[in-house]
Design a protein around this ligand. Structure first.
Ligand code: ZN
Ligand code: ZN
Length: 294
């Protein structure tokens, strides 16, 4: 692979440094190895953090603000606990796919907060096939198809009474054993108004291998970004910040909806530049053209 000029020569400003990663769910397994390898940054997990008080997937504590705000707040929690000026955090959001209803999708975001340089570097990834699913079942219902689909028991499950507010309903999390699951469903069904249990995938990374794998891919992409230093100011994290559409149609030359340029930018200074698509595509197939294929 060709080394980009901005990854060569200069020693990385984070080499030999430490960053606090705020996690209760062993995300260091996905994040620490690649940051050590690509940047030389050591990831520290402060003990005794309660990141759940910033919001949970299951809704007992609603998350305030955007996922980016939540991730930055979480990173700062870890920095305070560890007494470090450098912090990392990940935040994910899962729900219906934006284009395809009834299909789940997720977005995972990772941020690095650098108070010494006044810098926030971020990277995200879209997970098109997450283990994010739920079922509404009565005690004794056949759950096999659901359990196979979500890869239980490798993926943990959460059970609660159907139709009740998560703030005051009893919730059982991290279930990875058949008998415990059946007992939880029985108990939850008894406490529900309609006699049903709401069973859903536990999205916490340590009990959701698909999510941990997604975080590993995100961490690799993020480490590659951190490794690139801004050609102007030398700040870490130089990379794609936007795209411009309008790739010309191969048939008629009109701008299509496909990406034409990748916009690279620095998290610390104003430097921006347009780059051709990384995949080398220079023209759009006419089926993407609103003139050739109205
Ligand atoms: Zn065309
Ligand atoms: Zn810069």
């Amino acid at each position: 692979m060709r080394l980009e000029p901005e990854t060569q020569a200069r020693p990385h400003p984070y080499a030999g440094g430490q960053a606090a990663l705020a996690t209760m769910h062993r995300k260091e397994r996905a994040i620490a190895p690649t940051l050590a390898e690509q940047v030389g940054l050591q990831v520290i997990v402060p003990r005794g953090l309660n990141t759940d008080r910033l919001g949970t997937f299951t809704g007992e504590t609603p998350r305030a603000g955007t996922i980016e705000e939540a991730a930055i707040a979480k990173a700062r929690l870890g920095m305070d606990a560890a007494g470090l000026p450098l912090g990392l955090a990940n935040e994910g959001a899962y729900g219906p796919h934006p284009q395809i209803p009834f299909i789940a999708a997720g977005v995972e975001l990772i941020v690095l907060v650098d108070d010494a340089r006044g810098l926030i570097v971020k990277e995200h990834i879209i997970e098109e096939a997450p283990h994010y699913d739920h079922a509404v079942v009565g005690a004794g219902d056949d759950l096999d198809a659901f359990l196979v689909r979500v890869e239980f028991p490798e993926t943990g499950l959460i059970v609660r009474p159907n139709g009740r507010d998560p703030i005051d309903a009893p919730v059982r999390k991290g279930i990875r054993e058949q008998n415990a699951l059946m007992a939880a469903i029985r108990d939850a069904a008894r406490e529900a108004v309609d006699g049903k249990a709401f069973v859903q995938t536990d999205m916490r990374a340590h009990v959701n291998p698909r999510r941990m794998a997604t975080l590993t891919r995100l961490a690799e992409r993020f480490a590659a970004r951190l490794a690139r230093l801004c050609p102007d100011c030398g700040a870490p994290g130089y990379g794609m910040v936007d795209v411009e559409s309008g790739l010309p149609c191969a048939g008629c030359g009109a701008p299509s909806g496909l990406v034409r340029f990748e916009v690279f930018g620095c998290a610390a200074c104003d430097r921006h530049e347009r780059r051709p698509r990384a995949d080398g595509l220079e023209a759009a197939d006419p089926r993407h053209c609103h003139l050739c294929n109205p």
